[in-house]
Design a protein around this ligand. Structure first.
Ligand code: TA6
Length: 313
């Protein structure tokens, strides 16, 4: 298992995680953002736009942006907060993962891990906080991400926040993708002024723009890529909601850092805290986690493997 700090083509710092069977992951210090997760065959499992801008203050379009302390634009801060537009630091407390020469190994266990931290500074948010993120590439290629928010206010003030791991998954063709696990749930539709509806389908498929916040979403959500015969399973803790987003063609064209046809090859499934913000008193800490795994999935007479996957069989 190795973890190393390198520069990307744009000269930005990123940490590369490797595990012995060949899977890798990359985390940019800018935004504390996972920007790549590849399986042992070198296949990229996350979507990163070919037009992504690796230059502050623009957020990197793709991977796993961290939306904190505000999801969306419902509040006083910029869209999706500022955590994704800040440079995070390697967290040396807990003990440094990377040694001074920028490489190191995790002798402690079979995983490759990096710890990052974002501390409050002169942000437009009048609170002291520490956000710690641990990204772990497990032996065999599963990717785990734990994020902790601590209120470090000294003025005895609580603060509330919403948060999401805005994960962009790579898919072969959005028209051949189903999402399992969110059926029958109540959701807020961002395309209809966040009005509430109940999901009717027996799974979610795509034939146009989708921007929905599912409330009280289950621990496990499956993204079934028919063409690739691959299912990505998202396991989440601490995030009661889940956002599903595909911009489709019109919105894709309107985004300068997104290719016109790239909507065909991505879907966002985002563990989130949206409906009920988290409130922390000074000294209190919140923790959320997502774990991503890619499993083979095949169809037989229309029965979806993910049903088994979701039930953990
Ligand atoms: O998660 C879905 C969403 O809130 C959409 O409404 C869309 O705005 C998307 O996030 C991307 O937001 P961004 O600020 O990264 O362009």
């Amino acid at each position: 298992m190795t973890t190393s700090l390198v520069k990307d083509a744009a000269g930005m710092d990123k940490v590369v995680l490797r595990e012995p069977l060949g899977a890798t992951a990359q985390v940019h210090l800018y935004g504390g953002q996972v920007t790549s997760w590849k399986n042992e065959r070198g296949e990229e499992l996350l979507f990163l736009s070919s037009k992504a801008i690796f230059k502050p203050p623009k957020a990197i379009r793709g991977g796993i942006p961290v939306c904190f302390p505000q999801f969306s634009n419902l509040g006083t801060l910029e869209q999706h907060g500022f955590a994704r537009n800040r440079v995070w630091a390697i967290d040396t407390d807990p003990p440094p993962i990377l040694n001074s020469s920028g490489s190191g190994s995790c002798s402690s266990n079979k995983n490759s891990t990096v710890d990052l931290i974002l501390k409050s500074s002169e942000d437009a948010w009048p609170h002291s906080f520490e956000v710690r993120m641990r990204v772990t590439l497990k032996r065999g290629g599963d990717l785990a991400q734990t994020i902790r928010v601590r209120n470090t206010n000294t003025d005895n003030k609580s603060f509330s926040f919403t948060i999401a791991l805005h994960t962009y998954f790579s898919v072969s063709d959005i028209n051949e993708v189903r999402i399992e696990g969110l059926e029958t749930l109540e959701y807020m539709d961002n395309l209809q002024q966040r009005k509430r509806f109940t999901e009717q389908g027996d799974s979610i498929t795509f034939d146009g723009e989708v921007d929905k916040v599912y409330l009280g979403a289950p621990t496990k959500i499956a993204i079934v890529d028919h063409e690739k015969k691959r299912t990505i399973v998202v396991k989440k803790e601490g995030f009661p909601d889940a956002v599903v987003w595909n911009p489709w063609d019109k919105k894709a064209k309107a985004m300068s850092d997104f290719g016109d046809d790239e909507y065909l090859h991505m879907v966002c499934v985002e563990p989130a805290v949206i409906e009920t913000p988290i409130t922390l008193k000074p000294g209190e800490e919140w923790r959320g986690r997502q774990e991503l795994s890619a499993v083979p999935s095949s169809y037989c007479s229309g029965q979806l493997d993910p049903g088994k996957v979701l039930q953990g069989k």
